[in-house]
Structure formats: structure tokens, C-alpha cells
Design a binder for this molecule. Structure first.
Ligand code: GDP
Ligand code: IMO
Ligand code: MG
Length: 410
């Protein structure tokens, strides 16, 4: 039995889509476990770029089952558009895509509330937070309700009884229509997964966002509203902890963040433009420019701990190819104290002075390197130092957006 969880170990956009696509060739089932269409996972195959928001990044391989777990919040309109986009590009989605009956549904009012209140956090405006609020408040609507007329009507009426803003009947009709279109994908996911495990199928759990955006372990309140960390893979799909063999963290060779919130190592100078344009750091979902900064070993060490990472994959090493002097943050100085561990107090993160160590760049093109041993000496020294600071091994390195631009370290 092989069950592997893949998580983002920074603030999202680490290149999870690309890495899941690579790992999916050795898996039978790929399951998304949390988040919604706030995620944008990019997979590049030849000259084709696919941006997936809800459907697992394994969908581009033939013969794999892709599952959307109960921990995901689903905007039916966004999902149906994604299915259509894939069909148009010749990707099979019928018979190989399953959706949990217990996944919560994003409704028009969630998006309106998110757009009204999400500015301070810099949310994606997709209704994610308000949908999870309803889930926890026990007034959410689930996929199973979309195929049960009485239940859908009753729940919508209860939720909208004091609202003059939303037309309950129109929403009811529209969502019933969505239910008809999605009925064929609905499944009892815990049963599907337990049967697959009994048959020794290989399962890959795909996280969205990243550890520092996790509602419990991230830079709260500047986080998303779900558990992006490894624990979310269990509650978000219905498997137990004893099933998991491996947890892989995906990290960029530097750091980025979209939206608001503290970011101690953010570039202050022209490096912001240089790295942003070389790394094409613009949001895959909203198109917003991503904030960029040096690698922060404090946040990634936190990710190693809270996810129990077995190994990490370092992506976008090539983006640093032309950077002469590279810095890595190894501590935060705040009010006379040096922090070596990730602090829960957000004031430390927003007010601290990062402690940096300096590394010499390699100043050569790594995009066609095929083996770890062929990386420039300074690039290997940089990676070795990251592994030492994080106390975790590096399993794979990525040097470009294409499938072939990645290699194992051993
Ligand atoms: P995700 O949300 O973690 O799946 O990441 P995104 O897809 O939002 O952002 C990662 C971006 O970096 C995408 O445009 C990828 O095509 C690209 N990418 C992934 N790995 C590499 C890499 O090693 N080098 C470069 N230059 N780009 C990469
Ligand atoms: P992937 O899966 C990067 C950020 C938003 C905002 C905060 C809360 O592609 O790595 P939300 O709409 O979730 O309530 O917004 O989280 N955010 C992401 N940042 N990558 C993502 O997903 C993100 N999903 C949400 O920018 O700061
Ligand atoms: Mg992304």
C-alpha cells in the first residue's frame, strides 16, 4: 500500500501542480482534499499549459482515477467550466472523475460576502471563507443536497429567510440544474478509497494552498479557511492516519505570497521585479502579481514539523540562475530577541528584522540539467544548506515548468 500526501510548504504556488503531475505517473488515484477554486495548479505538457482549480492535477494522465474529497468546497459553475475546458482539450473526465457527496457547495451569497469582507485579507473573492463558515456553523449545503430537491429547498429557505438580496427560488432552480449535471460524478469517497487501499492501489493526496495559509498553522488571520497541512488530507477525504506512508512538501527555492499578510523576507529592491518576471510570478487564479522574497528557513522548518514531512521537492531553482548573491533567512530579530522557531504572534512576523546568511550564486543556466550531480557546485551547496537548516532530505529538484525539467537527487 502506498499513500502519499503532497503539501505546499510555504504560502502556496510552490509548483504543487507540476510535482503532482510527475508523481501521478506512479499512482492509481489522485485526491484533492481541501480548498476550492481559490487554488490554481499549473501543469505544462509540451506546449500546452493547463491551470487546474478543483480537479486533481493527475487528470492529465490516462487511466487514473481523480477524486474531489469532502474537504473541498465546490463552486459548481467553476467545476463544470473546468470539466468543459478539459474536454475541449481532449482530456477524458467521464468515468475517471469522482466527487464526494459530502463536499460543501459554494453559493452566490458566499461570493458576495467574500468580495465585501475579504479585502483586508486579500482573498481570491471566490466565496471560499464564507462557505467554510457555513460548514462549521452547520448550515452548509453539500453535494448530496443538490440531488435531493426537498433538502435543497429546505436548506436554502432557512439560509435566505431574512435576505431580500437573494432570490431563493432562482438559486434553488439553478443549483438543482447543477445537481443534474454533476450527479454522475458523485461518490461515497471513504468507501471508494478503502476498497482501493484493500486492493493495494497507490493513492496521492493533493493539497492546495500552503502550510503558511493553513487556518491553524499559518499566519493567522492572513490565511485561507481550510487545513492545507497534511492533517487535512485525512479529514478532507475520509482515510485514517495509519494509511499514510509518506508526506512530501513542495517548496520554491525562494518565497512568494499573494494577498495580504506578513512576509518577513519580502524583497525591498529591484530584485522584486527581477525575480517576479523571471519566475513569472503572477497568480494562476487571479492574475495578481505575487510578492517575492528570499527563502525563509523558519517558515519551511515549521512546515516540516507540522506536516511531518518525509522529504521536500525544491522547485524553481532555475529562477535564481542569474542571482549573484543569494540570502537565506535563519532567524527573526524582534525587540531584542532572536526567534529560531516560527512564532504564533503575528506582530513578531510583521515587525521583525530577518537574520540572513549569504550564499554565492551559480550564475549559470540550470534549465537543461538532467541529473542532480550535474548541477553547478554552488547550486548543490545551496540545496545542501537548505536541507541542513530544515533537517529534511531533498528528494527532487525542479528547474523549469516542463515535465522533463525535474530530477531525483539520488
Ligand atoms: P501551485 O499552485 O503550487 O500548483 O503552483 P502554480 O501553478 O500556481 O505556480 C507555479 C508556477 O511555476 C507555474 O506557472 C508553473 O508552471 C511554474 N513552475 C513549476 N515548477 C517550476 C520550475 O522548476 N521552474 C520554473 N521556472 N517554473 C516552474
Ligand atoms: P494554490 O493552491 C496562493 C491566498 C489568497 C489570500 C488568502 C485567503 O494555487 O497554491 P481565500 O480566497 O482562500 O480566502 O484567500 O489565501 N490564497 C492563495 N495564495 N496560492 C493559492 O492556492 C491560494 N489560495 C488562496 O491570495 O491571501
Ligand atoms: Mg497556484
Amino acid at each position: 500500500m502506498s499513500c502519499t500526501i503532497v503539501v505546499g510548504a510555504q504560502w502556496g504556488d510552490e509548483g504543487k501542480g507540476k510535482i503532482i503531475d510527475i508523481l501521478a505517473s506512479d499512482a492509481d488515484i489522485i485526491v484533492r482534499y481541501q480548498g476550492g477554486n481559490n487554488a490554481g495548479h499549473t501543469v505544462v505538457i509540451g506546449d500546452n499549459e493547463f491551470i487546474l482549480h478543483l480537479i486533481p492535477s493527475g487528470i492529465l494522465h490516462k487511466g487514473k482515477t481523480c477524486i474531489i474529497g469532502n474537504g473541498v468546497v465546490i463552486d459548481p459553475d467553476a467545476l463544470l467550466k473546468e470539466i468543459e475546458m478539459l474536454r475541449k482539450k481532449g482530456v477524458k473526465v467521464d468515468g475517471n472523475l469522482l466527487i464526494s457527496e459530502a463536499a460543501h457547495v459554494i453559493l452566490p451569497y458566499h461570493k458576495v460576502i467574500d468580495k465585501r469582507r475579504g479585502a483586508e485579507i486579500g482573498t481570491t473573492g471566490r466565496g471560499i471563507g464564507p462557505c467554510y463558515v457555513d460548514k462549521m456553523a452547520r448550515c452548509g449545503i453539500r453535494m448530496a443536497d443538490l440531488v435531493n430537491e426537498d433538502s435543497l429547498r429546505r436548506k436554502l429557505q432557512a439560509n435566505l429567510q431574512d435576505s431580500a438580496e437573494f432570490d431563493c427560488e432562482a438559486i434553488y432552480k439553478q443549483y438543482l440544474e447543477y445537481g443534474k449535471k454533476m450527479k454522475k460524478y458523485l461518490a461515497n469517497v471513504p468507501i471508494v478509497l478503502s476498497k482501493a487501499m484493500a486492493k493495494k492501489k497507490r493513492i496521492l493526496f493533493e493539497g492546495a494552498q500552503g502550510t503558511l495559509l493553513d487556518v491553524d498553522h499559518g499566519t493567522y488571520p492572513y490565511v485561507t479557511s481550510s487545513n492545507a497541512t497534511a492533517g487535512g488530507a485525512l479529514t478532507g477525504t475520509g482515510v485514517g492516519p495509519t494509511a499514510i506512508n509518506k508526506v512530501i512538501g513542495v517548496v520554491k527555492a525562494y518565497t512568494t505570497r499573494v494577498g495580504e499578510g506578513p512576509f518577513p523576507t519580502q524583497f525591498k529592491d529591484e530584485l522584486m521585479e527581477k525575480i517576479r518576471s523571471k519566475g513569472k510570478e503572477f497568480g494562476a487564479t487571479t492574475g495578481r502579481p505575487r510578492r517575492c522574497g528570499w527563502f525563509d528557513a523558519i517558515i519551511v522548518r515549521h512546515a516540516v514539523i507540522v506536516n511531518g514531512l518525509s522529504e521536500i521537492v525544491v522547485t524553481k531553482l532555475d529562477v535564481l540562475d542569474e542571482t549573484e548573491n543569494i540570502k537565506v533567512c535563519t532567524g527573526y530579530k524582534y525587540k531584542g530577541k532572536t526567534y529560531k522557531d516560527f512564532p504564533a504572534d503575528i506582530d513578531v512576523l510583521s515587525g521583525c528584522e530577518p537574520v540572513y546568511e549569504d550564499h554565492k550564486g551559480w550564475m549559470s543556466d540550470t534549465t537543461s540539467v538532467k541529473k542532480y550531480k550535474d548541477l553547478p557546485k554552488n547550486a548543490k551547496a545551496y540545496l545542501n544548506r537548505l536541507s541542513e537548516l530544515l533537517d529534511v532530505k531533498i528528494g527532487m529538484v525542479s528547474v523549469g515548468s516542463k515535465r522533463r525539467q525535474a530530477f531525483k537527487t539520488k
